[in-house]
Ligand binder design. Structure first.
Ligand SMILES: Nc1ncnc2c1ncn2[C@@H]1O[C@H](COP(=O)(O)OP(=O)(O)OP(=O)(O)O)[C@@H](O)[C@H]1O
Length: 632
């Protein structure tokens, strides 16, 4: 095993009593953020964790609690690359999540300090980078656009665009992404960058905001050994720039293993080893594993393979306590405890402004208007270029418009009594089909849920900004679509009343459908539930539109559904418009009376319809903001 990697790499002294860069590298808090402030912030921050325990309700037996972390302690220093290792299920991701403040459930005890101070949740989202195991990127944007989009959403508005571009350039350079910067990231339907480039782009998203601490969960998963090596070489380079880096890693190659400055090995939620990655590691594990059966021949394995073999075998043989007890009683653990105590003492010297910096209240730096503008700038264009976005929104409207146009051609011209049913049916279908089409908007929320969760956790925007963008994007597309289609149906069918009202009712029924679709999508745990819930909801409303059973014949205990039924107002407005207009057939007032619509104004019903857009949008916001479908 190699000794003294750090010295060879020329990074600052690793001892806990050494110079601590973060103390004099805090960015200004109240002043304008400059690029150099951010660059200084990128110098990293000391993370200490002392006696951390994390307990959850056992998913297999709800009455029981299990401790996934049991009193783990350690520290990660600026400029160092730390490995979090251990067998599958040992608690690596759990510890990473606890340190990064990303746990949404369970009970956490012990102290996790950043720069000696307990960080606020928003601080963690703003100043730490977290690269998830699974890549969640905007597939319709290029590598550069993904980075630029993130840089604009995470940097202060006051920072000049040129500085944000410079950050992107720097990240592209640091990650070796210059050659593929203009290649689309790709989606399952559209091939994009390679796996290694995808992983590096994901790291770039965390990096472009100059984090103080970078957490990476299994950054080499799914990559071949050469690409893993490339990615980890890049990560090691990042650590050398002064950032504090911690990565969970499974069975690294000897080359990758050598890149790590310190190792934290976890076994069954307890510390098995925490110390420098040097020639003492293998002897430590050899001593700890005495009496363990079935170990492979030492000479046939590299250091990391041998260490992994001991750790995995002890886990499989139910003897992990032998290793963790050995560590707990070791001189190394005693030294670590002493170092941790000394670090805590040094850190209490933080100035009030540095403390304030650690206690930021808001995870999102940019105001909502700027977030909205940035989302429009990058995502609208990409969506409009994507046939999978446009087709479900355009095709059904065109098809239904075409069917109505060819099936009911001139229907409004015939003023006879026998033709009333045809006219009423056209108006009914005109609204009902739009309501059913709301299912086309469900994927817009559900399919990108992992991306939304990641971007929200990263503090890119507030929920209201995200939802505002999604709704406004849909509303804009539909505005353009509904105009010609309404004209294509209204005039050839020779319908009566105001075309403007006919179009507005159609447009706003579509908007209600979108906001309802979003609400149901945000409420549902998955696509199957949403796809079952929406048609059910619409079908129930159909009964209370006033056509399938007349309003006067509806039992009193069901009438309330009519009042909260947007389809009743859509269809009612169209009926009043048709039968009350200047060209109305002579039986118009009797038709309205028959359907209990006389005495109302079409615009009044239209007004009620608009309220549903607001109500469903608000519910969609509540569901998006407060229902957590993914617990971690
Ligand atoms: N609610 C729960 N009930 C029971 N066990 C749980 C619960 N939540 C997590 N676990 C278990 O906690 C252990 C730690 O999970 P964690 O994801 O941290 O492991 P890991 O070391 O990152 O594993 P891997 O390398 O496979 O990703 C796992 O064995 C997991 O099954």
């Amino acid at each position: 095993m190699e000794v003294g990697h750090r010295d060879a790499k020329g990074v600052p002294p690793s001892g806990p009593s050494g110079h601590i860069p973060y103390v004099d590298s805090m960015p200004a808090i109240n002043g304008k953020e400059s690029d150099s402030d951010q660059a200084k912030a990128g110098a990293g921050m000391l993370v200490t964790f002392d006696n951390v325990t994390y307990t959850v309700v056992n998913s297999a037996n709800k009455k029981e609690k299990i401790s996934l972390l049991q009193g783990v302690s350690g520290y990660f220093q600026p400029g160092q690359l730390n490995a979090l290792m251990g067998p599958s299920g040992s608690g690596k991701t759990t510890l990473l999540d606890v340190l990064a403040g990303r746990k949404t459930t369970g009970k956490q005890e012990g102290a996790v300090l950043y720069g000696g101070v307990q960080p606020s949740g928003p601080f963690l989202r703003r100043y730490t980078g977290y690269v998830e195991q699974f890549d969640t990127l905007l597939g319709n944007l290029t590598v550069r656009e993904n980075l630029q989009y993130t840089a604009e959403l995470k940097a202060r508005v006051s920072l000049p665009l040129a500085d944000k571009v410079a950050r992107v350039e720097r990240s592209l350079r640091q990650l070796g992404l210059e050659t593929c910067q203009n290649v689309l990231v790709g989606t399952p339907a559209k091939r994009g960058v390679s796996g290694g480039q995808l992983k590096r782009t994901n790291i770039g998203l965390a990096l472009v905001t100059s984090p103080l601490v970078l957490f990476l969960d299994e950054p080499t998963t799914g990559l071949d050994s050469y690409t893993s090596q490339e990615v980890m070489d890049t990560v090691a380079e990042l650590a050398r720039t002064g950032i504090t880096v911690c990565a969970t890693i499974h069975s690294p190659t000897p080359h990758v293993f050598r890149l790590f400055d310190r190792l934290f090995v976890i076994l069954q939620g307890r510390t098995a080893y925490f110390g420098p990655n040097n020639s003492d590691v293998v002897p430590f594990f050899q001593r700890a594993a005495q009496g363990l059966d079935g170990l492979s021949e030492r000479s046939s394995l590299s250091d990391v393979e041998y260490m992994t073999d001991i750790v995995v075998q002890s886990d499989r043989q139910g003897r992990s306590d032998a290793i963790t007890d050995y560590y707990a009683a070791s001189d190394l653990a005693a030294q670590n405890r002493e170092d941790l105590g000394r670090l805590a003492g040094v850190l209490n010297d933080l100035t009030p402004s540095q403390r304030e910096y650690l206690a930021v209240k808001r995870a999102t730096v940019t105001p909502s208007w700027f977030g909205l503008k940035t989302l429009f700038k990058y995502r609208l264009r990409a969506d409009l270029k994507d046939p999978l976005f446009l087709l479900p929104r355009v095709v059904d409207k065109l098809l239904i418009g075409f069917i109505l146009f060819t099936l009911y051609w001139h229907v409004g011209k015939d003023l006879s009594e026998q033709n009333i049913t045809n006219i009423v049916a056209v108006l009914f279908m005109w609204t009902v089909v739009v309501a059913y089409s709301a299912s086309a908007y469900i994927p817009a929320i559900l399919m990108e849920r992992p991306l939304f969760i990641r971007e929200r956790s990263d503090g890119l925007f507030r929920v209201v900004t995200y939802l505002g963008f999604k709704l406004l994007e849909e509303f804009s597309v539909q505005f353009i679509l509904c105009l010609p289609i309404s004209a294509m149906v209204f005039y050839p069918l020779e319908l009566s009343g105001s075309w403007a009202l006919f179009w507005l009712v159609y447009y706003f029924t579509t908007l209600v459908g979108i906001s309802l679709g979003y609400f149901i999508a945000a409420l549902s745990p998955n696509m199957d539930v949403a796809n079952a819930a929406l048609p059910l909801f619409i079908t129930i409303f159909l009964f209370f539109t006033g056509l399938l059973i007349r309003w006067v014949d509806t039992p009193w205990y069901w009438r309330w559904v009519g009042y909260v039924n947007f389809l009743r107002y859509s269809w009612g407005a169209l009926m009043i418009n048709q039968f009350q207009g200047a060209n109305a057939i002579y039986l118009g007032s009797e038709v309205l009376e028959y359907f209990a619509l006389s005495g109302y104004a079409a615009w009044q019903f239209f007004g009620y319809l608009t309220i549903f857009v607001v109500v469903f949008s608000f519910w969609a916001w509540l569901a998006l903001a407060f229902i957590k479908h993914v617990v971690r």
